[in-house]
Design a protein around this ligand. Structure first.
Ligand code: AMP
Ligand code: MG
Length: 649
């Protein structure tokens, strides 16, 4: 939260926040105690509208299903005792009764000793018969008799009344979500409508002056509203009826009006944003006027998600989630879903868990329960859980994640190599067919897209070249994309490989100096002259790269001993360099040609960087690896790479 967005009048009160940080358990206990027990609203729904609803009551079976003893095959209704001695060498002759029983036909004649009645699958078994012999196991014997060459046990091929569902049995239990199967069971016993729990309607409001709705143009420092859409969907996934009401600016009067309206028309209100220091007391103040008992918890020892606020206003839950989407989702799942599900009549969610090794040390704050999103890949000895975290502000950490792990409040880190229990985000884990861990490049998509279209599950995890090499050596991935320059041999990548790895050439990326078109310090000059001009102008600001990046080595060579303004701004990606220059926060930097072009920047070529793959030899024969190598080598892929500004090796 920058000062710019601090609401008027917040003043010193901004310091009043998080005075009462409680444990997640205490927070949950207070919240649930204020809401439950409660009467759940009910709704009678016809079967056609029951899909997805939750049963409010146990449902008992009102009739026997099937309602009568029924033939399970086409054949003849018989008395099993007549066939006790029948066999291949001893065919038994039965006289046919003068009727044939089809579905929906009431038999007129009993089956008496020595007789049989033709019957169709589903037909009611006549009085006297106790089994049905399949037509395939009989031979005609004249017009009015059959011969049977095998015996049959009593009850053979008969579905007795109530054998499927017996009258009075519990058919379905309260809390069951109604799917196609449940609808089928209800229909089978003649039930046309059921009592369901009315889905709690949940209003969702985003807050923040910077928020822009998807579909609208993004102004220079705008942020697309992610929480609105994600929360509406997540509410609906957990039994509620999520209704996104839009984003509200950080303005007390407008926000209060929006909150009153939202609460009046819904069973629950979820806000996001405005909880970090500075504006937190804005919603805090409004909440204290909205109803009784008001705020129950403000601040939970949870990371991400500390600034969570839980309130109950005249019986309705009101929640303020942190603004960062990942934090918002974690707190939603950890603290709101249990309450929402109870209000929706659903049982607690049973999460699926797997065990995995953590390949890197994960630091954690002491005193806060910390959740870390992880991507799962298959290592040599079972699953490996890579933290996908790019910080709580990142949304991809959610998209790439298979689940999350929990670091106890009393631990300040999770050590490398530790076993952790992973809570899966969806109950079924599909380990990726192809795991790529290392440096990221937009060219990689050109190779992977066709593989994904063919149905391969591909996971690429960006941890940088060195991280990728380490993962490859530990056997945690198939390929590690790298671009590492070796000063000694003056060559790329090959010198960094060990015995278990082999080099697969990828493509070349032209590195160069980027500037805004028309900047006379750069336009039309070669690199050396441009850098001289930049260094000669004290107002000219650069953007650097992080230590360890291949690009940084280039920049250090260009600069020599110079430390111009902007040197300490060291973002970690090619895109961030282009964004800084395009937005005027810097005047020059070094990035790769395709990114410079996409950002509409001027470009002075410096040198080509080699982006190659370290292939784990032991995994070479895996079908997905072969498919990757074929795709990389294909003419389609090579031309797609060229089109994107890369030069295939
Ligand atoms: P706040 O709690 O309002 O200070 O927000 C913390 C961070 O989350 C800021 O960077 C906001 O821009 C961001 N943020 C808040 N609400 C949303 C939202 N609905 N979608 C995406 N980002 C958000
Ligand atoms: Mg905000």
């Amino acid at each position: 939260m920058t000062d710019q967005f601090t609401p008027r009048g917040s003043g010193d009160r901004a310091q009043d926040q998080f005075l009462d940080v409680v444990s997640p358990e205490t927070a949950m206990a207070r919240f649930e105690a204020a809401l439950f027990p409660r009467q759940l609203a009910r709704q009678d729904r016809p079967l056609a509208e029951a899909l997805g609803a939750v049963l409010a009551d146990d449902v008992a079976v009102p009739i026997d299903v099937p309602p009568f003893d029924r033939a399970n095959v086409d054949g003849f209704a018989v008395r099993s005792a007549d066939l006790a001695a029948a066999g291949e060498a001893n065919p038994c002759r039965l006289t046919l009764n003068d009727e044939s029983v089809a579905c929906g036909v009431v038999p007129r004649l009993p089956v008496t000793p020595g007789t049989a009645t033709p019957i169709a699958t589903g037909g009611p078994v006549p009085r006297g018969a106790d089994a049905v012999i399949m037509i395939e196991h009989t031979d005609p014997a004249g017009d009015d008799a059959i011969e049977v060459r095998r015996s049959i046990a009593p009850g053979g091929f008969v579905a007795f009344a109530g054998s499927d569902m017996a009258r009075g049995e519990t058919l379905l239990r309260a809390g069951t979500p109604i799917g196609a199967r449940e609808i089928g069971m209800l229909a089978a016993c003649g039930i046309a409508s059921v009592e369901t729990v009315k889905r709690p309607s949940v209003a969702i409001l985003s807050t923040g002056d910077e928020l822009v709705q998807p579909g609208e143009a993004l102004p220079p420092v705008g942020i697309y509203d992610t929480n609105g859409a994600i929360l509406a969907a997540a509410v609906s996934e957990n039994g509620g009826e999520g209704r996104f009401l839009g984003a509200c600016g950080d303005d007390e009067a407008a926000l209060e009006a929006a909150m009153w309206t939202a609460l009046a028309g819904h069973d629950m209100l979820i806000l996001s944003g405005g909880t970090s220091k500075g504006a937190g007391d804005l919603t805090h103040r409004i909440l204290s006027r909205l109803g009784q008992p008001g705020i129950l918890v403000h601040g939970v020892a949870l990371k991400p998600g500390k600034p969570l606020c839980l309130a109950v206003c005249d019986g309705k839950p009101v929640v303020v989630l942190p603004g960062f989407p990942t934090s918002a989702m974690f707190t939603f799942h950890a603290m709101i879903v249990p309450v929402l599900r109870r209000m929706a009549g659903l049982p607690p969610r049973s999460d699926a868990h797997v065990s995995a090794t953590v390949p890197v040390r994960i630091p954690s704050d002491l005193g806060r329960t910390e959740f870390v999103m992880v991507s799962l890949v298959e290592g040599r000895d079972g699953l490996v859980a890579y933290p996908t975290g790019k910080g709580s502000g990142a949304i991809t950490s959610f998209g790439q994640a298979d689940g999350f792990l929990r670091i106890d409040a009393l631990a300040d880190h999770m050590p490398q190599g530790a076993r952790a229990e992973i809570t899966l985000l969806s109950p079924h884990l599909h380990a990726p067919d192809l795991a790529i861990i290392g440096s990221h490049c937009s060219g990689l998509d050109r190779v992977l897209t066709p593989l994904v279209r063919r149905g391969l599950a591909v996971r690429s995890i960006a941890v940088g070249s060195l991280g990728g090499l380490a993962a490859a050596r530990r056997g945690e991935c198939d390929l590690a994309p790298i671009h590492l320059f070796d000063d000694q041999t003056q060559s790329y990548n090959a010198p960094f490989l060990s015995d278990e790895l082999e080099l697969v050439p990828g493509w070349r990326r032209m590195q160069g100096v980027v500037f805004r078109k028309g900047d006379e310090r750069f336009e039309g000059r070669d690199a050396a002259a441009a850098i001289r001009a930049a260094l000669a102008d004290p107002s000219c600001m650069m953007v650097n790269r992080n230590q360890g990046a291949g690009t940084r080595i280039l920049i250090d060579r260009l600069l020599g001993d110079a430390r111009p303004e902007g040197y300490w701004n060291q973002p970690r990606s090619h895109n961030a360099v282009a964004a800084a220059v395009a937005q005027g926060r810097a005047d020059w930097g070094v990035t790769i040609a395709p990114i410079a072009e996409a950002a509409g920047l001027g470009f002075i070529a410096l040198t080509e960087e080699h982006y190659d793959f370290a292939l784990v030899k032991a995994r070479k024969e895996r079908p997905a690896v072969k498919a990757f190598l074929e795709a990389l080598d294909s003419p389609e892929c090579r031309s797609a790479l060229e089109e994107a500004g890369f030069r295939p090796a």
